[in-house]
Write a protein that binds this ligand. Structure first.
Ligand SMILES: C[S@@+](CC[C@H](N)C(=O)[O-])C[C@H]1O[C@@H](n2cnc3c(N)ncnc32)[C@H](O)[C@@H]1O
Length: 290
């Protein structure tokens, strides 16, 4: 039985990489008037209280968003991300941290839709309560289901809008997630090869991580797929072989300029989030075979 609660980790270095890229991709999609869907297969609670007991148990946000909070001269991609968090904390005290659903909602236009899946009932209840308090939420634009996100994704693709950004963000506490993600992506690409997919993965000492990334690079579709694989290491791997020492995002069909934006941002961001001298970032770009 797995009971991962994102509230313990909200605002950490991994959230920064994931949420910054997620927001940037959404912003690229908004450059066209045509509506699009944001699909979040592993939504979590939507909003997190950084002054609460959970967030302060390990205070991961202190080595995450708190390190960025007081900085003003930041690269454009970090600026967009910080602005999203500032909207939630207008008095400039860092108290609330947005999860991926909240970030998707902030950019929602009337022609767009957000589809959220969260399977843990306790987390889903909090998500629903948080959504009910979102100011001015257009009722028919957002659906939230207590459901398996992999199955949900399969059931809704291809999107009626023909444009969609999908975030797949499991905790991988259940190591079957590595396989589930690869299978879900294989099916998603068959149903909707032109979608943009962001897949978060942990940097931990597990062979399944390398295997997942290899499988994602080999995704097959009738047309060639482009991809970016970016990862950021913040500290050396813990000696016991367990524990997160960084994270990565694999992005299928990224917006054209995203690779360049990452190259302009990560050399700045990595030293800020570094926990020791081994911190580094890597970016690889490629095309999957058709
Ligand atoms: C890393 S958290 C998500 C964080 C969120 N995406 C964010 O960025 O704010 C992973 C969430 O996925 C949920 N989850 C785990 N397996 C799932 C599944 N098969 N379908 C939907 N949700 C799942 C967990 O309960 C947890 O809340």
């Amino acid at each position: 039985m797995f009971s991962y609660r994102h509230g313990f980790h909200a605002g950490n270095h991994a959230d920064i990489l994931k949420h910054m890229l997620f927001l940037e991709v959404i912003a690229h999609f908004q450059q066209k008037d045509a509506g699009f869907w944001v699909v979040d297969t592993h939504a979590g609670a939507g909003l997190y209280d950084l002054s609460g007991v959970w967030a302060n148990k390990r205070a991961e946000y202190q080595d995450g968003i708190a390190r960025l909070w007081g900085l003003s001269d930041v690269p454009p991609m970090v600026k967009r991300y910080k602005e999203a968090i500032t909207k939630l904390n207008p008095d400039n005290t860092l108290t609330l941290y947005p999860g991926s659903p909240w970030l998707a909602l902030q950019g929602l236009r009337k022609q767009d839709k957000v589809k959220l899946y969260e399977h843990l009932s306790a987390e889903f209840d909090v998500l629903r309560k948080n959504l009910s308090q979102y100011p001015g939420l257009p009722p028919r634009s957002v659906t939230a289901e207590q459901h398996d996100g992999y199955a949900g994704l399969k059931s809704i693709l291809p999107p009626a809008s023909k444009r969609a950004v999908t975030l797949i963000d499991p905790s991988y506490e259940d190591k079957r997630d590595y396989r589930f993600v690869a299978e879900a992506m294989t099916q998603a690409i068959q149903r909707f090869p032109t979608g943009c997919y962001l897949i978060w993965y942990p940097r931990v000492n597990r062979r399944e991580v390398e295997q997942l990334v290899r499988q994602l690079k080999r995704l097959k579709s009738l047309q060639p797929l482009t991809w970016l694989d970016v990862n950021m290491t913040v500290c050396k791997a813990p000696p016991d072989g367990h524990g997160l020492f960084g994270s990565g995002m694999f992005i299928v069909n990224p917006p054209f300029r995203l690779g360049q934006q990452i190259r302009e941002t990560l050399p700045w961001l990595t030293p800020i989030l570094a926990q020791d001298a081994t911190a580094r970032w890597e970016l690889e770009a490629g095309t999957s075979p058709s």
